[in-house]
Design a binder for this molecule. Structure first.
Ligand code: PPE
Length: 305
């Protein structure tokens, strides 16, 4: 259960949590065209709270809206400020922030015509996405029976609500079979991404991640690529197959919610020696320092409250 806080930002105002409701004829509820973001705010080493890569997330929200032909009735600066406000108002030191832009009620039918565009921003405490133990020891995953979206069926670069039906199906299947997460292949059979994470592999010291074609181009993915390159690693953005995962030395997930989560087992096969590898641990440690403002070089990624 989401731990309730005091206020939710809705259409430009901070309102009580229990009043943030929508009508059942909300267009997005029926047809799935809405866009959202997931952003984390961390308590930094110096005692201040800071939102990690706020600008990049808000930019992606607007890009998603552009792809979905949704005109957000606020500016990017206003949404950024609202994200800060909602964390501040609720007295949260650390938070997961969920802005969502959706099409409200008015006409029914697939064409939303002039139905109002509504915006809500919620912040709540959210711990490790795949569990604390997964962060330390690694997670167990399965190749999904569900294929990730074809780039011309769903707009994969947009974080569109309806895109997540595929994620929910894959996640439930994986969970039912006793795994923590699902890895999905693209329509040509190459590795795409997980239900809510991007994926990386390490082989002979070289890091590889899927190219930004059929995946959501993750902001954590981008951060980790930059951190790894700055450390001198070669990072390739190229397609790979599931059997390359089986023979990789290390495999890990990235995502705002999942942060950097090592993968210790894929399809019942241990990854490497079955424990998080040294490159994964190095990047995970660096990532946690970066998000908490401990490394000067990346401090410009943090918007302090
Ligand atoms: N792929 C998918 C499908 C995805 O949902 C996410 C984020 C990513 C990649 C990584 O993107 P980024 O967060 O920018 O690094 N998934 C979000 C939603 C999780 C949820 O269950 O809700 C998240 O991590 O916030």
């Amino acid at each position: 259960m989401v731990e309730k806080v005091s206020k939710i930002w809705m259409d430009g105002e901070l309102i009580p949590w229990d009043e943030a409701k929508v009508h059942v004829l909300t267009h997005t509820l029926h047809y799935g065209l809405g866009v959202f973001e997931g952003i984390r705010c961390y308590l930094c080493k110096d005692g201040r709270s800071g939102i990690f890569r706020l600008e990049a997330h808000v930019k992606r929200l607007f890009d998603s809206a552009l792809i979905g032909e949704i005109e957000i009735p606020f500016s990017q600066a206003e949404i950024m400020e609202a994200c800060k406000d909602v964390v501040r108002t609720n007295g949260l030191e650390e938070a997961y922030i969920r802005p969502i832009v959706f099409i409200g009620e008015g006409v029914m039918g697939v064409h939303p015509h002039d139905n109002p565009i509504r915006v809500a921003i919620v912040a709540w405490r959210w711990g490790a996405y795949l569990g604390e133990e997964a962060l330390r020891k690694g997670t167990r995953v399965k190749t999904s029976s569900y294929t990730r979206h074809h780039v011309n069926a769903m707009m994969t670069k947009a974080k569109i609500c309806g895109n997540y039906v595929n994620s929910v199906l894959a996640k439930r299947e994986a969970a039912r079979l006793g795994y923590d997460e699902a890895i999905m292949l693209d329509t040509e059979g190459y590795v795409a991404e997980a239900s809510g994470e991007n994926i990386f592999l390490v082989k002979d010291g070289v890091i590889k991640t899927t190219p930004p074609t059929s995946i959501l181009p993750g902001i954590t993915r981008d951060s980790v690529i930059q951190i790894a390159r700055d450390k001198g690693y070669t990072v390739l953005e190229e397609r790979f197959t599931r059997d390359e995962l089986y023979t990789a030395d290390e495999v890990f997930f990235t995502g705002t919610a999942a942060e950097v989560t090592p993968i210790r087992e894929i399809d019942d096969r241990p990854v490497g020696r079955g424990v998080p590898g040294s490159v994964t641990r190095e990047l995970q440690e660096a990532y946690f320092k970066v998000v908490r403002g401990e490394i000067e070089k990346y401090r410009h990624w943090i918007s302090y409250l």
